[in-house]
Write a protein that binds this ligand. Structure first.
Ligand code: FE2
Length: 326
């Protein structure tokens, strides 16, 4: 018996199947982002036309029959409304057709929980970095059991900041991995560095880097932008680690694929004698497996969603989710 999870919060329509924490399938189709960015209605159309195919592929990849699925889960948010809606409708239809329970999942909890699970760490500090998010979190029982946000970006996510820089520098494709490649031959130059306690901001850094492009080599600007942003995240994470007393660090989310950020956080963790882990890239990119896995935790942990919970929420904050089932 297994749980099928659907992820559709942004450009990926993903379907995963988890059985007692073992990932049996992790299928996806990704919308190709053009230089115009993501138009939510277009991406939603893409998801709608791929939903059936990706679900079928996940089922056949898993080697189980549809009748063996004991629960369905989907990403409730945060994300783009029209995209979330496609996953929600597909999940509701499957749950009705199979007469099995349905679980709405917070996308960030998906990234953090699948990485925690694969790490084997008991209760780590989570550094969650993606296009739209950059947060440092840990589970706390203060008030109620939930993820406390120790620190976060006060403006834009680190992923969006790097993508914006890549577009301004006319790099192709305008992604973090391209910036990382260009940065390999760069030298450091001073950039604005803003950490406030355990929070940080990126827009000052971005504006400065874009301006610097007219008078400096792109390699040097890319290198300095990357080093500065990642050092800011590391400083805030180090403070959160010491304050929370957590005994391990996990790095998750799309930007966790950055080798340089992995290196910096691994060194920081090592200097405090705690373990560091980041999952294989297929789990750092958006995926259905993480939603299936959390759906399974909720199902086995006795989560009881009410009918009013089966919604989508574009700004679904992680720190408001009660983890009674964990
Ligand atoms: Fe994500």
């Amino acid at each position: 018996m297994a749980v099928l999870g659907i992820e559709s919060s942004a450009h990926t329509f993903g379907v995963g199947i988890s059985d007692k924490g073992k990932i049996l399938a992790n299928s996806k189709e990704m919308y190709k982002i053009t230089d115009k960015g993501m138009i939510p209605s277009r991406v939603a159309e893409f998801h709608a036309s791929n939903a059936r195919g990706v679900i079928q592929r996940a089922i056949s990849e898993s080697g189980i029959r549809l009748s063996e699925i004991e629960a369905i889960s989907y990403t409730k948010g945060p994300g783009l409304g029209p995209c979330l809606r496609v996953g929600q409708l597909a999940a509701m239809t499957l749950s009705e057709t199979l007469s099995v329970p349905l679980y709405p999942v917070n996308h960030a909890i998906g990234h953090i929980q699948i990485t925690t699970h694969l790490s084997g760490f008991k209760d780590p500090l989570a550094v969650y970095v993606s296009g739209g998010n950059s947060q440092i979190l840990g589970i706390t029982d203060k008030g109620f059991r939930h993820y406390a946000i120790y620190g976060e970006t006060l403006d834009i996510g680190v992923g969006n900041m790097i993508d914006n820089f890549a577009r301004a520098a006319r790099l192709n494709p305008a992604w973090g991995s391209t910036v990382a490649k260009v940065a390999e031959n760069g030298h450091y130059m001073q950039m604005p560095y803003t950490v406030k306690g355990m929070d940080f901001t990126f827009t000052g850094l971005l504006t400065n880097a874009v301006k610097a492009l007219s008078s400096h080599k792109v390699e040097d600007v890319a290198y300095s932008l990357q080093e500065t942003a990642f050092s800011m995240i590391a400083e805030a994470s180090e403070r959160a680690l010491l304050l929370s007393g957590k005994q391990g660090v996990i790095l998750c989310g799309g930007v966790a694929q950055s080798k340089r950020l992995q290196e910096i956080l691994a060194a920081m963790s090592k200097s405090h004698g705690v373990g560091f882990y980041t999952a294989p890239n297929e789990y750092n990119a958006d995926n259905g497996a993480m939603i299936a896995y959390v759906g399974e935790l909720m199902h086995r942990g006795g989560a009881k969603p009410r009918s009013g919970d089966y919604t989508i929420e574009q700004r679904y904050r992680i720190d408001g989710v009660e983890l009674k089932w964990l």
